[in-house]
Ligand binder design. Structure first.
Ligand SMILES: *Cc1c(COP(=O)(O)O)cnc(C)c1O
Length: 412
C-alpha cells in the first residue's frame, strides 16, 4: 500500500517497493518506508531519515537496536557454533531452560522458532494430556478477541472472525468465552476440557487486561476438571509489563501449567519457548514433538544474554512505563476522542473513538513508529531501554498528531 502522500521515496526505495510488489505474495499492507539500520530506540530509512521506534518490531526488539552486549555475544557465538540440530547437545539450551524455569515458577522447556509454534506445541501437549485420560477429553476453552497466531491450530483458538473465516473448518472442540465472564467460563469448562488458554493481556486484541479474579477461577476450574491452564505470554511476557510474566502482576500470582513466550526472547533472532510444569511436560515423551531449528546455539546464547540484561532493566520498565502512561493520560484530557489510556509497564494502548490508521501514517512523516491494532487502539510497545527524554519526545509528537485529527469527522 504505497501511498505516495505519506513520504516521498527516493529511486532506490521505490525500486525495492516495486520488486516486492512483483515478487512477494501480497499478504502485508506495508507502510512505504524502507528501514536500513537501527541504533538504540531509533531506526533510519534508506534516505537517512530517523524514526523513534515505539513498536520494537512488534515487541521483539525489546533492547532496541544494536545493543552492544547483544552484538558482542552474537558475533562471538556466530564464530563458535550457530546450529547443530536437536540430534545432539550444545552448551546453551540447558542453561536457558534453567533460567526460564527459575523466572517462571515452572519446570521444563521446549524451544521453538516463533510464538505460533510455541502455541502449537502447547496445544499438542493439551491434546496428549487429555487423551491420556479419556479419548473425548480434547476440548479447548479460549477467549473471544484473542490472538494466538496464524497456523491452523493457533488459528483455531484465536477468537477473531477476520483471521479465521477464510480457512474454516478449523480444529473441532474449541469453545470461546468473553474475557472476564466468569459464568460463561464455568459453563464452557467440563470433563471434556483438555486446556483453558488465556492471554493475561490481550495484545493484538487491543491491550485488554484480564481480571485476576477471572484468571483465578480459570485456575480452579482447570484443577477441578484436570485440565491444563495455558497462558500465552508471547506479547505481554518477558519484562514487557515490568514483571517477568504478566501473570506475576496478580497478588498472589496465578500460576499456569504452561506458558508460551517468544517475541523479545532472542532480540530479533527467531526463538520461542513452551515452559511447562512437570505434570504438563510429562504428556510428551521422546519422539512425540520436535523441531529442526528450535533452540539453536546462537539463538539460545543471545536469549541468555537478553535475560541477564532484563534482570537489571525490570525496575526501569515499571518506572518509565508509569511515567509514560501518566503523560499520555494528561495528554488525553485535551482530546475528547481519546477514550482511554491503559496498560502495564511498557505495554500501552490508547483507545480512540475513531480508526487510527491515518494517525499512524502521519506519525511516519513526523518520524515516529507506532502501531494501530483492533482498528481504534494505538498500540505502543517501545524498547525497554527507552529514556525519559525519548518518552517526552514521543508524547510531544503524539500530541501534535492528535491536534491534527478532525473530530467529529466533518462528513458525520
Ligand atoms: C505475536 C503473538 C503470537 C504469534 O507469535 P509469532 O511469533 O508471530 O508466531 C501469538 N500470541 C500472541 C499473544 C502474540 O502476541
Amino acid at each position: 500500500m504505497a501511498s505516495p502522500t505519506t513520504t516521498s521515496l527516493d529511486a532506490r526505495a521505490q525500486a525495492i517497493l516495486d520488486l516486492e510488489q512483483q515478487f512477494l505474495i501480497q499478504t502485508y499492507r506495508r507502510f512505504p518506508v524502507v528501514l536500513r539500520r537501527g541504533k538504540g530506540c531509533w531506526l533510519y530509512d534508506t534516505a537517512g531519515k530517523k524514526y523513534l521506534d515505539l513498536i520494537s518490531g512488534i515487541g521483539v526488539n525489546a533492547l532496541g537496536h544494536a545493543h552492544p552486549r547483544i552484538l558482542r555475544v552474537l558475533r562471538e557465538q556466530a564464530g563458535i557454533l550457530i546450529h547443530s540440530s536437536n540430534l545432539y547437545y550444545h552448551e546453551h539450551q540447558g542453561p536457558l531452560a534453567r533460567k526460564l524455569s527459575e523466572i517462571s515458577g515452572l519446570q521444563r522447556c521446549f524451544f521453538t522458532n516463533s510464538g505460533t509454534e510455541a502455541v502449537e506445541g502447547a496445544l499438542k501437549i493439551a491434546r496428549a494430556f487429555g487423551r491420556q485420560q479419556a479419548p473425548e477429553k480434547y476440548e479447548i476453552v479460549a477467549l473471544e478477541n484473542s490472538f494466538h497466531g496464524r497456523t491452523l491450530g493457533a488459528l483455531s483458538i484465536t477468537g477473531q472472525a477476520k483471521y479465521r473465516t477464510d480457512f474454516e473448518p478449523l480444529l473441532p472442540g474449541v469453545r470461546f468465552v468473553e474475557r472476564n465472564d466468569v459464568s460463561a467460563l464455568e459453563q464452557a469448562v467440563s470433563t471434556r476440557t483438555a486446556a483453558i488458554v488465556l492471554e493475561w493481556i490481550q495484545g493484538e486484541g487491543g491491550i485488554y487486561p484480564l481480571d485476576p479474579a477471572f484468571a483465578r477461577r480459570a485456575r480452579e476450574l482447570a484443577d477441578q476438571y484436570q485440565a491444563l491452564l495455558i497462558f500465552d505470554e508471547i506479547q505481554c511476557g518477558l519484562g514487557r509489563t515490568g514483571r517477568y510474566f504478566a501473570y506475576q502482576l496478580a497478588d498472589p500470582p496465578v500460576l499456569p501449567d504452561i506458558t508460551v513466550v517468544a517475541k523479545p526472547l532472542a532480540c530479533g533472532l527467531p526463538l520461542g519457548a513452551i515452559i511447562a510444569n512437570e505434570r504438563a511436560a510429562a504428556a510428551l515423551t521422546a519422539g512425540m514433538h520436535g523441531s529442526t531449528f528450535g533452540g539453536g546455539a546462537l539463538a539460545c546464547r543471545v536469549a541468555l544474554e537478553f535475560l541477564a540484561i532484563l534482570e537489571e532493566l525490570l525496575p526501569a520498565i515499571h518506572q518509565t512505563g508509569g511515567l509514560f502512561r501518566v503523560q499520555l493520560t494528561e495528554m488525553a484530557r485535551h482530546f475528547s476522542f481519546v477514550r482511554e489510556v491503559r496498560g502495564y509497564g511498557l505495554m500501552i494502548g490508547i483507545e480512540l473513538d475513531l480508526p487510527c490508521r491515518s494517525i499512524v501514517e502521519d506519525a511516519l512523516t513526523e518520524g515516529l513508529l507506532i502501531n494501530c491494532t483492533h482498528d481504534t487502539v494505538i498500540r505502543l510497545l517501545p524498547p525497554y531501554i527507552i529514556s525519559d527524554t525519548e518518552v517526552d519526545r514521543a508524547v510531544k509528537i503524539l500530541t501534535k498528531l492528535l491536534k491534527k485529527v478532525k473530530y467529529p469527522p466533518e462528513s458525520a
